[in-house]
Design a protein around this ligand. Structure first.
Ligand code: PEP
Ligand code: MN
Length: 355
């Protein structure tokens, strides 16, 4: 995918981050216009509003549909902003393009479905419109890349992605777990693909929008898509996570944008130190695996099972507690140990001839 073109529109400055903002849903003409005027006054130049709302359960507000298209056209006319909406079917694509919407995004539930993605891709063939693909609800990088590839194969070159977090079985601070390693790996695989962060859907609450936006900037994301509403407490969907245009502007003004291209001598030296430590880590892991193989050999000779659950549980608990004492995250330590343990088991299974 080395033929991508930038998402920017004519007349827009090239500062990072590119901010897309607007309500979760277009509700009424008045709410759409008022929010847009307030955002435009704060210097935001791309307006988002959902017309077709994919709701987890029936009965919620499912969007105003095509009725909202003339409202978005008025936003363009009156504020000069560019407009964006979510599309999930070929009919949505046709209606949005016909209605003059400038940018389309594909939601997390749709991105998880290859049939729906292909239908949208087919509807986009021959059209030059910027498209952003949200991550699928499950933490499945290949599914996300597949969704992007379908749109790319349809000829779309102004293409990007939105990281909106992943459904997780663990209850956590977030509505959708950020699992930053996934967008980071996506960037490693497709370095030219712009990545937007959606702190509203990751956080699920207003207070998390500023810290999540800052984290995204620190990781070098290209832009943000944030839910903003003229009266957030009265929003018809996602009200806990919507902020006023004024609050959004305040958050944006306070973001620290780090220069991605500067590398100093110091950094080179620090990176060399990291590389050295990684070499040592690898060597240590290899040594650990060799001991693990010896244990596998012993278990084979004594007809013992490979997995000894109690020992493993003890090891996880002890090391996770130790990690916390020295300033590391418990979950991080558990993840590292689980990965190491999985490889140990694989190596022992090989010795037992079960692989
Ligand atoms: C939205 O952007 O309002 C939305 C429905 O988001 P997601 O697809 O990320 O759940
Ligand atoms: Mn929403």
């Amino acid at each position: 995918m080395n033929d991508l073109q930038p998402i920017r529109f004519p007349g827009m400055n090239s500062r990072r981050p590119l901010v897309i903002a607007g309500p979760c849903s277009a509700e009424t003409e008045e709410q759409v216009l008022r929010t847009a005027h307030d955002l435009a006054a704060e210097g935001i130049s791309i307006y988002r509003a959902g017309l077709w709302k994919p709701r987890t359960k029936p009965g919620g507000f499912e969007g105003v549909g095509v009725e909202g298209l003339p409202w978005l056209a008025r936003v363009k006319r009156e504020t000069g902003m560019y407009t964006a909406t979510e599309v999930a079917t070929r009919e949505h694509v046709a209606a949005a393009l016909e209605g003059g919407v400038d940018l389309l995004w594909i939601g997390a539930r749709t991105a998880a479905n290859p049939f729906a993605m292909q239908e949208i891709a087919d509807a986009l063939r021959g059209v030059d419109v910027p498209v952003l693909v949200k991550n699928p609800v499950s933490p499945d990088l290949e599914l996300w890349i597949g969704a992007v590839e379908r749109i790319h194969n349809a000829g779309i070159r102004r293409l990007g992605v939105i990281h909106r977090g992943f459904t997780s079985i663990d209850k956590s601070l977030y509505r959708n777990h950020p699992m930053w390693s996934i967008p980071i790996e996506l960037h490693r695989r497709l370095p030219g693909l712009p990545i937007f962060c959606d702190p509203s859907h990751i956080g699920g609450k207003r207070e998390l929008i500023a810290p999540l936006s800052q984290q995204a900037m620190d990781l070098g994301f290209d832009g943000l898509i944030v839910e903003a509403h003229c009266t957030p407490d009265c929003a018809w969907s996602d009200k806990a996570q919507q902020i006023t245009p004024q609050t959004l502007a305040y958050i944006c003004r306070n973001l620290v944008i780090r220069e991605m291209s500067v590398t100093t001598e110091n950094l080179t030296e620090l990176r060399a130190r990291i590389d050295k430590i990684d070499d040592e880590l690898l060597e240590l892991l290899a040594r650990r695996m060799r001991v693990s193989q010896d244990i596998g050999q012993y278990k084979k000779e004594h007809d013992m099972p490979v997995l000894q659950a109690q020992r493993y549980e003890e090891l996880l608990a002890r090391r996770a507690a130790q990690a916390v004492e020295i300033g590391m995250d418990r979950e991080f330590m558990r993840t590292v140990l689980q990965a190491i343990h999985e490889e140990s088991i694989r190596q022992q299974m090989r010795i037992l001839g079960r692989e």
